[in-house]
Design a binder for this molecule. Structure first.
Ligand SMILES: CC(C)(COP(=O)(O)OP(=O)(O)OC[C@H]1O[C@@H](n2cnc3c(N)ncnc32)[C@H](O)[C@@H]1OP(=O)(O)O)[C@@H](O)C(=O)NCCC(=O)NCCS
Length: 184
């Protein structure tokens, strides 16, 4: 049975989404303070507590300005923090958002990235009127590549990504003809 009290604005079968709060630093440290989570996101070996706090602030600011962020996600059954999944503006005049998913390492391999991404994609197209979603991944990130292909994203090109200094495969998912894969 689900536990009450988190104020989720979006739910999937097992997960609830809410907005980041300034008091969430401990959750943020459990996610972005884990080098397993961040090692393919940028070239820093370990994010400092300050870097994590800045990332938390950046998510809150994006939410305030644009109404989207990489929202924190939780298990509905226990309210345990699982990670974050959501959107950020990519090309707002064209109504294109970037999709991102970061799952805490102890929750990997359980389908939470797939499930949360499906919910965020549906939210983008049905609630925000997105025309397309952009996503990219570190070329060494096989899990992320498999996730994007499974979600129906189409590889378009490779682009230089300054945080890693690498060429990242880039993908698009258009609103029309969007497949809706099941989680798991
Ligand atoms: C990439 C990440 C989001 C995957 O999360 P997850 O919850 O474990 O993913 P899922 O269980 O939903 O699985 C998604 C796909 O990835 C595959 N996968 C998961 N872990 C994998 C691994 N270590 N190696 C290869 N494939 C893997 C799964 O098999 C599945 O593909 P399939 O259905 O074709 O078999 C997670 O590892 C993570 O947060 N990494 C750190 C942050 C990051 O790199 N985010 C992506 C860039 S935004």
């Amino acid at each position: 049975m689900a536990v009450e009290g988190q104020g989720y604005f979006l739910r999937s079968e097992r997960l609830g989404f809410r907005h980041w709060r300034p008091a969430d630093l401990e959750l943020a440290l459990g996610l972005w303070g884990d080098p397993l989570v961040t090692r393919l996101i940028d070239s820093r070996d370990q994010w400092s507590a300050l870097a994590v706090a800045e990332r938390l602030q950046a998510e809150i600011a994006t939410g305030a300005q644009h109404g989207v962020q990489y929202w924190p996600i939780f298990l509905l059954a226990t309210n345990e923090h699982v990670g974050c999944c959501g959107l950020r503006p990519d090309d707002l005049p064209a109504r294109v958002y970037e999709l991102g998913v970061h799952i805490r390492s102890r929750h990997w391999g359980l389908g939470y990235a797939s499930e949360s991404a499906c919910a965020a994609i549906d939210y983008a197209f049905s609630q925000l009127g997105a025309k397309a979603l952009f996503a990219g991944h570190n070329p060494k990130n096989e899990a992320s590549r498999r996730l994007l292909v499974k979600l129906g994203f189409r590889h378009t090109h490779d682009a230089y990504y300054p945080p890693t200094g690498l060429m990242h495969p880039s993908y698009v998912l258009e609103a029309i003809g969007k497949p809706t894969p099941k989680a798991g």
